[in-house]
Design a protein around this ligand. Structure first.
Ligand SMILES: Nc1ncnc2c1ncn2[C@@H]1O[C@H](COP(=O)(O)OP(=O)(O)O)[C@@H](O)[C@H]1O
Ligand SMILES: [Mg+2]
Length: 266
C-alpha cells in the first residue's frame, strides 16, 4: 500500500517490517480497531494521523503486543506478533518469547517516563544492563555515543528533573535506541512539549530517519510528516480512511473526513 521514495534495504527476512491484515481490537463491547490493513517497509517513515480516540495508540500498542488483537494478523519483520502458527492454528507465545519480540521494538511516548532517580546516562544504560545482560563498560560506551548523537553528551550526569522536556524526550529516544531496535514506534512524541522545544526532538527523529531507521510516528506535526514521512495514513474511528504519500494526502485529501480533520490541524 505504502509507496517508498527512498531505496528499500530488505530486512533480514525480506518481509515488510510491519504488516497488518484485518486487525481488530475490542475492549469488552467497545470495538476500537475495525480491520486495519497496512504495510510498513524497512527504512520507511510511516506517519499516522487522526482525531483523538481513533485508535492510533491502541494500534501501536498492538504492534509490540502490549495489547492483544482480537482478530486478524499482525507481523513484524515476517514474524507473527505474540503467536506461533502451526497449520491454521495460532498458539500464544510464552511471556518470555513475547518479551524477546518486544525488545526489538523501541517505543517513545508522549510522556517520557524516564527513571527519575537515575541520570541520563544511567537511564540509557539500564535496559542493556538489566534486560540484555550487557557488560557495564560496553553499555556505558554505547549510552555515551547515543547521548552524543541526540545532542546531550554534556548532560549525561543530569537527572531528568534537571533537564527540559525536549532534553528528556531526547534521552528517552536514546534509551529506546540503546536496545538496538529494528523498528521504532513514536506516540505523539512532541505533544507534551512547549512549542519552542518541539524542533530539537523532531531534528533527532529526522536524523534517525536519514540513518534508515524504520519508524511509525503518530504525530500532529504535519510539517514533519510532509518533509520526513514516506507514507501517511489518516485513521478515524478504527479504520484507515486514506493513505498515500504525505504531500498528496496533505495537499489533496480525497475523503471528507480527511479534509475536515486537516482543516482543523493545518
Ligand atoms: N485499555 C482500554 N480499555 C478500554 N478502552 C480503551 C482502552 N485503551 C483505549 N481505549 C479506548 O479506545 C479508543 C481509542 O483510544 P486510543 O487508541 O488511545 O486513541 P488515539 O491514540 O487515536 O487517541 C478510545 O475510545 C479509548 O477510550
Ligand atoms: Mg493516542
Amino acid at each position: 500500500m505504502s509507496k517508498l521514495t527512498k531505496d528499500v534495504v530488505p530486512s533480514t527476512s525480506g518481509a515488510p517490517m510491519v504488516r497488518a491484515e484485518g486487525v481488530h481490537k475490542s475492549f469488552g463491547p467497545a470495538h476500537i480497531l475495525k480491520g486495519i490493513d497496512l504495510e510498513v517497509n524497512p527504512r520507511e517513515v510511516f506517519c499516522l494521523i487522526g482525531p483523538s480516540g481513533s485508535g492510533k495508540s491502541t494500534f501501536l500498542r498492538c504492534i509490540n503486543h502490549l495489547e492483544k488483537i482480537t482478530a486478524g494478523r499482525l507481523y513484524v519483520d515476517g514474524q507473527l506478533v505474540g503467536y506461533r502458527q502451526k497449520g491454521d492454528k495460532l498458539y500464544e507465545l510464552k511471556e518470555r518469547e513475547v518479551a524477546a519480540q518486544r525488545r526489538e521494538i523501541g517505543m517513545v511516548f508522549q510522556r517520557f517516563n524516564l527513571f527519575p532517580h537515575m541520570t541520563a546516562l544511567e537511564n540509557v544504560m539500564e535496559a542493556p544492563l538489566q534486560v540484555k545482560r550487557e557488560g557495564k563498560a560496553a553499555a556505558r560506551e554505547r549510552a555515551e555515543q547515543l547521548l552524543d548523537r541526540v545532542g546531550l553528551g554534556s548532560r549525561k550526569g543530569h537527572y531528568p528533573a534537571q533537564l527540559s522536556g525536549g532534553q528528556q524526550q531526547r534521552v528517552a529516544i536514546a534509551r529506546a535506541l540503546a536496545m538496538q531496535p529494528k523498528l521504532m514506534l513514536f506516540d505523539e512524541p512532541t505533544s507534551a512539549l512547549d512549542p519552542e522545544l518541539v524542533g530539537e526532538v523532531l531534528d533527532v527523529m529526522r536524523d534517525l530517519a536519514e540513518d534508515g531507521m524504520t519508524m511509525i510516528v503518530v504525530t500532529h506535526e504535519m510539517g514533519f510528516a510532509r518533509e520526513v514521512g514516506d507514507s501517511l495514513v489518516f485513521m478515524d474511528d478504527g479504520v484507515v480512511v486514506e493513505a498515500g504519500h504525505p504531500r498528496e494526502v496533505l495537499t489533496n485529501p480525497q475523503h471528507d473526513r480527511t479534509k475536515s480533520f486537516l482543516s482543523k490541524v493545518l
